[in-house]
Design a protein. Sequence first.
Length: 111
Amino acid sequence: MIKVLALLTRRTELTHAQFVKHWLEVHGPLAHAVPGVRRYVQSHIVGARTRPDIPETDVEVDGIAELWYDDEAAMQRAIASPEMKRLTDDGALIIGRIKTYIIDEKQIIPR
């Protein structure tokens, strides 16, 4: 299983509420059409927690997107699809900055 995790920051002309509304109501449904996506999760940032013993990383994030694929080949097929192009084109309307990671997830709990 391959997971793609993206840290998303909204375009400067949008409020957080506008970003979340479009992401959930317009962008999210487009993901249903992308072939090979096993799971898609949007994590909407509602607050932050700090620790007194560890300095905070200077990152401004409005949301975290997670997409799961069976394997890297399935991910590459999805990326090449016209459905993914529609999804990424829509994302460009609301996303100002992005950092994306490809992850080999190791589940610890439950086991």
